[in-house]
Design a protein around this ligand. Structure first.
Ligand SMILES: C[S@@+](CC[C@H](N)C(=O)[O-])C[C@H]1O[C@@H](n2cnc3c(N)ncnc32)[C@H](O)[C@@H]1O
Length: 317
């Protein structure tokens, strides 16, 4: 990494690595807030070369167990009074569910459809169902309730679920489905480890009809914020903003293990929190650094400060 870039990000630890590795760099019980959106089950292939990629488990039940295992690994590094916000979406059975190895053609080559998709979104898409239907949970069109299964698994491992927040997406484009309602929301689960934990409700209160500040409630209307196409599954900054404000003090340490395009890093820096983040996909990682530096540059311009003009172009990491 070049020196200039090192200086810009020095107060944070951001690496192109597996999230289970990066925590070795920090002491136990040092994270104030973990805010993240892990890969959803059977939706995308982020890492072609990676065996056992998270999200590629053969069944939804295995996926929620493996995902909860990640949080078991993170747990000792989170302060006892810390917070955990996890955004997770659902999958319909039959919509590519369980199709992990089938993004290649019969000769084992990446198809042109997949190549185009990769160029646009940095990801591939599983193609055909591999899981056999069983007439029970595994039936075509079944909504698998993966977020709920995950929350229950986390409870069984000792996490206290404080909120099941609905992130409603008012700008969601109507889907072409004719036999169900268009899905317009995802879950954001708020977990803690202890009954007394850090929570700054005042920092996120909104104006009520009576002119007084009020609790914003557990349904958040926030538009999606597409980046490089509409399917990169990025967090909207406004969503992370709420989690960071109420879930961590100024100068506190925020961790996003599945950093993707770096949204939580950008928001954490803007709100004067320290940040640790990992991203396993090298293209996403590079993109997150570029995006982070651009956001710094924009802020510096707004505040009339100067930043080295070549910061954004030095990405020889
Ligand atoms: C849903 S995306 C996160 C998007 C992110 N919230 C944003 O705003 O861009 C999940 C990310 O987790 C990454 N990932 C998957 N397994 C990982 C692992 N074991 N360690 C680190 N990153 C991982 C994927 O490459 C993907 O970029």
């Amino acid at each position: 990494m070049n020196k200039q870039l090192e200086q810009v990000i020095q107060q944070d630890i951001v690496e192109n690595t597996d999230c289970r590795e990066i925590l070795r760099k920090i002491p136990k019980e040092s994270i104030d807030l973990l805010v993240t959106s892990p890969p959803y089950w059977a939706k995308r292939v982020y890492n072609e070369d990676e065996e056992g990629e998270l999200g590629s488990e053969p069944t939804p039940e295995e996926f929620v167990k493996v995902l909860a295992d990640y949080f078991d690994i993170f747990r000792p590094y989170i302060k006892k009074e810390g917070n955990l916000f996890v955004n997770i979406g659902d999958t319909f059975f039959g919509s590519g569910a369980g199709a992990w190895n089938k993004y290649l053609d019969e000769e084992g080559n990446t198809t042109s459809f997949q190549k185009e998709r990769k160029e646009k979104y940095f990801t591939l898409k599983p193609l055909q169902p591999k899981l056999k239907q069983d007439g029970k949970l595994y039936q075509n069109k079944q909504l698998l309730l993966i977020p709920s299964r995950f929350a229950i698994e986390m409870q069984s491992r000792g996490w206290i679920l404080r909120d099941d927040i609905i992130w409603r997406k008012p700008n969601r484009i109507p889907a072409s489905v004719k036999d169900r309602f268009n899905n317009t929301y995802e879950h954001v689960f708020h977990f803690v480890q202890a009954k007394k934990y850090y929570f700054d409700l005042d920092s996120v209160k909104i104006m009520g009809a009576n002119g007084k500040l009020k609790n914003p409630g557990d349904v958040w209307d926030i538009n999606t914020q597409p980046l490089r196409g509409s399917h990169t599954a990025t967090f909207p900054e406004a969503l992370v903003d709420i989690c960071i404000k109420c879930g961590s003090p100024k100068n506190g340490l925020v961790f996003d293990p599945f950093m993707g395009t770096g949204t939580s890093w950008i928001v954490a820096r803007r709100l004067n929190r320290r940040f640790i983040g990992s991203e396993i996909n090298p293209e996403f990682y590079q993109f997150s650094i570029k995006r982070f530096l651009e956001s710094l540059s924009e802020r510096n311009k707004e505040h009339g400060e100067t930043i080295p003009s070549n910061t954004q172009t030095h990405l020889d990491i």
